[in-house]
Design a protein around this ligand. Structure first.
Ligand SMILES: Cc1cc2nc3c(=O)[nH]c(=O)nc-3n(C[C@H](O)[C@H](O)[C@H](O)COP(=O)(O)OP(=O)(O)OC[C@H]3O[C@@H](n4cnc5c(N)ncnc54)[C@H](O)[C@@H]3O)c2cc1C
Length: 399
């Protein structure tokens, strides 16, 4: 197996991956998506998440491509999965305090790791894949090597981390965020909460040996006494009530403008089409703020490379460009250019949004797709799902 992950940081590679996968997005995806056959054999799923997460490809583009080939009924399962991403993002956008409390609990758990030797050893063994549990260790090492994990492996891994190894869920979410190329504040934090039983309160996801054996086609056959199969959900406070969805700002097309191209939205065509003519562009990648611990170098490099590649493709319309890591970098560039406004695509809850919040005069423009979808993310996915037909209808999909 190659040590090089199959995710070149380019739009062309993202499009090629989409076109390769589209024929599989119908019945085959529905029947095979839960099977994890191991690295190099994830052909039943799209592996588009590193590109979708950074919006090198947008959800709309992917839905368009799939529905040009399949009926909504045949591709129903795949469409729903794409909307899970949209839903989690909207849900966290309406409850940003969940991200803030995850971050502060993570700091607390990292302190514990430093002061409690036993916890530190168990955490290190889990991160390096040396717990003695064959399936878990293999997934930890696969993640380290390929910077991707199949969805089912993520569920089993998180469940074993929390219930069998009895490690704090925040440390597991952080381990994923630092190693996944698609590491995402919403999908990651809320999926870990869901496995733990904090998201759908009282209902945890507890990995079962038979399920692992079946969906790995016998690659792993953990014994019953190796896994804690009768675990109770973790206890925690109920989620706060939803806030109002973000309204999105309005730019003044005639003002001298600095554009911030950031890693949460790397498809700037819609902004340029709506009249944005920047005097210059700051290229914002927040890799270093992902975690108090060091992210995997592949993750920070992938993000920075994707931002740079996007800037190269749109170079003619961006003015002079320069990498930025902090609010101070952005403010300095705005001052040098004499910019009177800073315009950017709305950054959802997470490190990029935190950097932008440190600036005064930022206009964050909200994609119509997000503006339509996020208000439906007030409750569970079951309710959100009912709005999928109307959200699809708004996309002007092929007849
Ligand atoms: C504990 C845990 C942590 C996770 N952390 C992340 C994360 O940090 N970043 C991330 O992008 N996804 C995360 N997921 C969701 C999901 O596992 C990945 O999006 C999916 O495995 C990506 O692989 P794919 O592109 O081959 O998916 P496919 O099966 O081909 O699905 C197509 C697309 O639908 C979306 N999607 C599919 N499943 C989910 C899901 N369960 N939740 C949200 N969106 C989904 C993704 O955009 C994906 O690219 C996590 C899931 C779990 C259980």
């Amino acid at each position: 197996m190659s040590a090089t992950p199959p995710f070149p940081p380019t739009h062309a590679a993202a499009l090629a991956a989409l076109h390769r996968f589209v024929p599989e997005a119908g019945a085959r995806y529905a029947t095979r998506r839960n099977f994890d056959l191991g690295p190099g054999r994830h052909h039943a799923v799209s592996q588009l998440s590193p590109y979708l997460r950074h919006r090198v490809l947008t959800e709309e583009e992917v839905l368009h491509a799939v529905l040009a080939r399949h009926s909504p009924e045949t591709a129903d399962k795949f469409i729903q999965e794409v909307f899970w991403r949209t839903y989690w993002k909207g849900w966290l956008e309406l409850r940003p305090s969940i991200w803030q409390s995850y971050r502060s609990q993570l700091l607390r758990q990292i302190d514990r790791v430093q002061s409690e030797g036993g916890l530190r050893q168990r955490w290190q063994a889990a991160c390096t894949g040396e717990t003695g549990l064959d399936c878990f260790d293999t997934w930890a090492q696969e993640l380290g090597r390929t910077v991707y994990l199949h969805n089912h492996a993520r569920m089993w891994f998180a469940s074993i981390w929390i219930f069998t190894l009895q490690l704090p869920w925040e440390l597991g979410a952080d381990f994923f965020l630092r190693h996944l190329l698609d590491g995402d504040p919403a999908s990651n934090t809320l999926s870990w909460r869901w496995v733990a039983g904090l998201q759908t309160r009282g209902k945890a996801y507890v990995a079962q040996p038979e399920n692992i054996a079946r969906f790995t086609e016998g690659r792993f056959t953990p014994a019953h006494d190796e896994l804690n199969t009768a675990a109770a959900p973790l206890d925690g406070p109920p989620p706060p009530p939803p806030l109002s969805p973000p309204a999105g700002g309005r730019m003044e097309a005639d003002l001298p403008t600095l554009f911030v191209l950031h890693e949460d939205d790397l498809s700037p065509g819609w902004l340029l089409d709506s009249g944005l003519r920047p005097a210059g562009t700051a290229l914002l990648s927040s890799g270093a703020r992902l975690s108090p611990l060091d992210p995997a170098p592949q993750v920070t490099r992938f993000r920075a490379d994707l931002v740079q590649e996007t800037a190269d493709r749109w170079q003619a319309q961006l003015g002079p460009t320069r990498p930025a890591r902090t609010a101070g970098d952005i403010a300095a560039m705005a001052a040098e250019l004499g910019a009177e406004q800073i315009v950017t695509a709305h950054a959802p809850t997470g490190p990029v949004a935190e950097i932008l919040q440190e600036l005064d005069n930022v206009v964050q423009l909200l994609r119509p797709y997000d503006a339509r979808a996020w208000p439906h993310a007030r409750a569970g996915f079951f309710k959100f799902r009912k709005s999928i037909p109307s959200l699809l209808a708004a996309l002007n999909l092929p007849a």
